[in-house]
Design a protein around this ligand. Structure first.
Ligand SMILES: NS(=O)(=O)c1ccc2oc(=S)[nH]c2c1
Ligand SMILES: [Zn+2]
Length: 259
C-alpha cells in the first residue's frame, strides 16, 4: 500500500475517501478475482475481443509521479468486441508494482494471489468526443490488465523498460523514436475475466470496463528492477517509486464474467 503521510506526498489509498467519497462506491477497482465465482459467458467468445494496434502509435514515456506512462496517439489503436458495445481507442499504458524482489505489486489478485506488477492499457469509448469526456462516464473507459510474473526477459517490454532510467523525476519525458506495437505486451492466450469497475487511482471514477488477462507475461527480475529507476516523493525526500498499487476493494455483489 501507499505511504501514510501528510501532503504534499500523496495520501494513501485508505485516506482517498476523504477527498474522493466514491472510493467507498459500488463499483470500485481493483478486486480479488475469485475464479470459482466467475461465470463463463459464451457471448464473450461468440464476439471475440478484437485488439488492433498500429506499431507507430507510441509517442513518449513520461514519469507521472505515480507510474511511468507511455502516451499513445490513438490512431489505429482500436479494441472492440468481447464485453465492449463499441470501439475504444488506446490513449496510454502504465503499470503498478511492489517492493524490490517482492511478489506483491499487482492491483487485481486471483484467488488472493498477487503478481509483482500489473500493466494497464487504457482505452476510451469512441462514442465520446475525447478521453476527457469519456473518463467519468459509466461506459467511458476500457482497461486491459496484464499481470507481470518474474521469469525470463520480455524482449517486447525491453525497449520500454530501458527508457525508465531516462525519466527519473516527475514530469520527465522522453520521446519514443522507434516503432513499437503495444500488442506485444499481451499474453499469447487471450482469455480474460471482465467486470465493471473504476479507475484505481484518484479520481476513482466508476467508468471502467475491466478486461483482466488470465495469463501473466514473464518479465525478468532486471526489468522489474528497472521500474525502480523511476523516482517519486517520499516523506524522507526523493525515493524509488514502488508500492504504487491500490489493494482489492469490496466486490459489492458484482458479477465477474470469464471467457
Ligand atoms: N490505474 S487505472 O485504473 O488504469 C487508471 C486509468 C486512467 C486514469 O486516469 C486517471 S486521472 N487515473 C487513472 C487510472
Ligand atoms: Zn493503472
Amino acid at each position: 500500500g501507499f505511504l501514510q503521510v501528510a501532503s504534499p506526498v500523496p495520501q494513501g489509498p485508505n485516506k482517498w475517501h476523504e477527498q474522493f467519497p466514491i472510493a467507498k462506491g459500488q463499483r470500485q477497482s481493483p478486486i480479488d478475482i475469485v475464479t470459482s465465482n466467475a461465470k463463463v459467458d459464451k457471448a464473450l467468445s461468440d464476439n471475440p475481443l478484437k485488439v488492433s494496434y498500429s506499431n507507430n502509435c507510441c509517442q513518449s514515456v513520461t514519469n507521472t509521479g505515480a507510474s511511468f506512462q507511455v502516451v499513445v496517439d490513438g490512431a489505429g489503436t482500436e479494441i472492440s468486441g468481447g464485453p465492449l458495445d463499441s470501439t475504444y481507442k488506446l490513449v496510454q499504458f502504465h503499470a503498478h508494482w511492489g517492493p524490490l524482489g517482492g511478489d506483491e505489486g499487482s492491483e487485481h489478485t486471483v484467488d488472493g494471489v498477487t503478481y509483482p506488477a500489473e500493466l494497464h492499457l487504457v482505452h476510451w469509448n469512441q462514442k465520446y468526443k475525447d478521453v476527457g469526456e469519456a473518463v467519468d462516464k459509466p461506459d467511458g473507459l476500457a482497461v486491459i490488465g496484464v499481470f507481470f510474473s518474474r521469469g525470463k526477459e520480455h524482449a517486447g517490454f525491453k525497449p520500454i523498460s530501458d527508457l525508465f532510467a531516462k525519466v527519473p523525476r516527475k514530469a520527465d519525458k522522453v520521446d519514443i523514436s522507434f516503432n513499437y506495437d503495444p500488442a506485444c505486451l499481451l499474453p499469447a492466450r487471450r482469455d480474460y475475466w471482465t467486470y465493471l469497475g473504476s479507475l484505481t487511482t484518484p479520481p476513482l471514477f466508476e467508468s471502467v470496463t475491466w478486461i483482466v488477462m488470465k495469463d501473466p507475461v514473464e518479465v525478468s527480475a532486471e526489468q522489474l528492477a528497472a521500474l525502480r529507476n523511476l523516482l517519486w516523493e517520499t516523506p524522507s525526500g526523493e525515493g524509488q517509486m514502488c508500492n504504487n498499487y491500490r489493494p482489492p476493494q469490496p466486490l459489492q455483489g458484482r458479477l465477474v464474467r470469464s471467457t
